[in-house]
Write a protein that binds this ligand. Structure first.
Ligand SMILES: C[S@@+](CC[C@H](N)C(=O)[O-])C[C@H]1O[C@@H](n2cnc3c(N)ncnc32)[C@H](O)[C@@H]1O
Length: 266
């Protein structure tokens, strides 16, 4: 899914959620529990990385999410008093994001636009980040997006990008299976081994730090195999979240996501 098909993907996912059927009650209960414990395992994992890279709670920091989708992670940052700017090309993603913030009575600045030509001045934000965006683009477009993300981040700020990791073999096996059985709906998605060569092409003076986490988070991919069976999906989701909660330290091991942290010196 290289560009504009995201709007229909978000609409499809909204359609699958709505309508009430078997599994609906369990899914509703799970959503309540996730709300009470700081979001899904994926959200909690990404939030703790963002806090670490921000040097603590993001209070008062301006944070741009470039390709925000649902804004499930940003809303946690907003709850910790970050100033969140939610940017996406899809109207449906921005509507979902608006609802994500409305549900917890918080506000975000929602902006529609293209990652490759962001409508912001240079050095506008303390932190520029995204999760699961760059892997949907070939290398030349990844370079363009990263160049823009670095441009709008202030010197000494951080660009933090999370992408599925090429050495996350469980995730890759699940993705392969979903593709082989015609159940993969996301389209183009190529896991990332490293973004260092991209960043060298952009500016060799950038400081880059990379690491992976989310060993258990890799099992998220198996939802693609059962997504049409709402009852099975609800049970699997509940089990997945419970196992991720109880065995949380396993997520410190490399797995689902590669985190690339970029610092501009000037
Ligand atoms: C996998 S989703 C990100 C999901 C998000 N991390 C979340 O928690 O929901 C990728 C997002 O990037 C957005 N996107 C894709 N191409 C874009 C572009 N050229 N400019 C801005 N956003 C774009 C899509 O609309 C989509 O919402």
């Amino acid at each position: 899914m290289v560009s504009g098909n995201w709007d229909s993907e978000w609409k499809r996912q909204q359609g699958e959620k709505g309508g009430g059927s078997r599994g609906g009650a369990l899914a509703g209960l799970l959503a309540g529990v996730k709300g009470a414990i700081g979001g899904s395992a994926l959200t909690r994992g990404c939030c703790s990385v963002l806090r670490r890279e921000a040097g603590g709670a993001p209070t008062g920091l301006s944070m741009l999410e470039a390709g925000c989708g649902t804004s499930n992670i940003a809303v946690v940052m907003a709850g910790e008093k970050a100033r969140c700017f939610q940017f996406d090309i899809s109207d449906t993603a921005l509507e979902i994001s608006k609802e994500t913030f409305r549900k917890v009575s918080l506000e975000a600045c929602l902006i529609k636009g293209d990652l490759f030509r962001m409508p912001f001045e240079d050095a506008s934000f303390d932190i520029v980040w995204n999760v699961g965006v760059l892997e949907h683009f070939p290398k030349d477009l990844q370079d363009s997006a990263l160049r823009e993300m670095v441009r709008v981040c202030r010197p000494k700020g951080r660009v933090v990008t999370f992408n599925p990791y090429a050495r996350g073999y469980i995730y890759r096996a699940g993705k392969w299976l979903a593709e082989k059985t015609g159940r993969w709906t996301i389209g183009y998605e190529v896991p990332v081994k490293t973004l260092r060569p991209n960043l060298k092409r952009i500016d060799p003076a950038l400081k880059v730090h990379e690491y992976s986490f989310g060993f258990l988070l890799q099992f998220l991919v198996f939802k693609h195999l059962i997504r049409k069976n709402r009852a099975a999906l609800a049970v699997y989701s509940a089990l997945y979240e419970a196992v991720n909660l109880v065995l949380a330290p396993l997520n410190r091991l490399p797995g689902f996501l590669l985190v690339t942290v970029i610092e501009r010196e000037r």
